[in-house]
Design a protein around this ligand. Sequence first.
Ligand SMILES: Nc1ncnc2c1ncn2[C@@H]1O[C@H](COP(=O)(O)OP(=O)(O)OP(=O)(O)O)[C@@H](O)[C@H]1O
Ligand SMILES: [Mg+2]
Length: 375
Amino acid sequence: MILKKVTTINFRNLVKQDINLNKNTNIFIGDNAQGKTNILESIYFLALTKSYRTNDANLIRKDETFTKVKGEVRDNGIFKSLSVEIKDSIKKAKINNNDVNKISDYITNLNVILVSPEDINILQGTPADRRNFLNIELSQLSKNYIKKYNEFNKILKIRNNYLKMLYNSSNPDRRYLDSLTENLIEREIDIYQERKRFIDLINSNVSKIYEDIMRIKNFRIEYETNVDFDNFETEHLKERLKKKYNASLNKEIENGMTLYGPHRDELRFLFNDDDIKIYGSQGQQKVAIIALKLSEIKIFKDLTGSNPIILLDDIFSDLDLKTRNKLIDFIPDDIQVIITSNDTKGINRKFLDTAKIFKVVKGNIVEKVGNNNAK
Ligand SMILES: Nc1ncnc2c1ncn2[C@@H]1O[C@H](COP(=O)(O)OP(=O)(O)OP(=O)(O)O)[C@@H](O)[C@H]1O
Ligand SMILES: [Mg+2]
């Protein structure tokens, strides 16, 4: 898919802005704190209806009352106009000017893969940061995932409250708990299976990318669930989960919460058998994340039938020239890429030749003249 045009209104420090994008590479250059990342963030917000670095309220330009981002997307010959708006703490997403009620109907329309400095949290942050990574990517790839995940969270809350209540109850109604557990397990099965499939797909091509760039073999992600499974077949998952909840009933009541399930999943990033988080240099960690994101391009294409849009926020700083150029080689030619950088100096010719270059100054964007190749 291609994002042909983005319009930002009162988004962060960006004044009202129409940005006509090139179908290949787009580069936003400028000094620090001018609004380059805000542009990528506005596109991410248009795609996912939320930011990856702050809450909704901070997205509204200071002293204004609302923000809106609009975009024109072309996907397999079909044009769609998308918009997301926040006003009076209410968020509205629209497709072709029609309100969308279910978020799952919206966020599969514009698929983005963002590579940003915040990504280091996938390695260095908490297990919740790693699950958040899975949730964001899978929400873009699977309507079923968002649906089941939302239902799972609702049931989990009710079950946790009920477990708390049981702690003080002399005559607990086990039947109600059993039905909650059964409903929970049903959603958990889908979540486990979708996560496992996605991680397997990443593992099928990430190590080649990492090895080509860093000359280190066997980069892979290990999926760790806190219930032991021999495989991810539906019946097997169901049986193991049932057993686990049965055996842990007293412990769960004592703790007043559901202790087992995909809300406790963890990911490990390994090269050979070493944890990259512990053994990797800064560069090795940074490239591991970039390789991970690049490995998703093929997965998105295979599963959705369209190329995702790649957003690269300042990824070239602190990487040596050789590594940079190798990274760029992994981005297919027919894909739309939007890059931010302080200047064009460190950017590879292959990129510059077909790129449209914009300069960002205090929230204003101007197309740079003198770049004749841009279309
Ligand atoms: N809600 C808001 N209203 C107005 N300005 C905002 C708002 N949120 C952030 N800003 C401003 O946006 C600017 C930061 O923009 P951004 O993060 O896009 O910078 P950048 O060009 O990517 O800089 P760097 O090169 O340092 O990463 C800051 O000056 C910040 O004060
Ligand atoms: Mg920035």
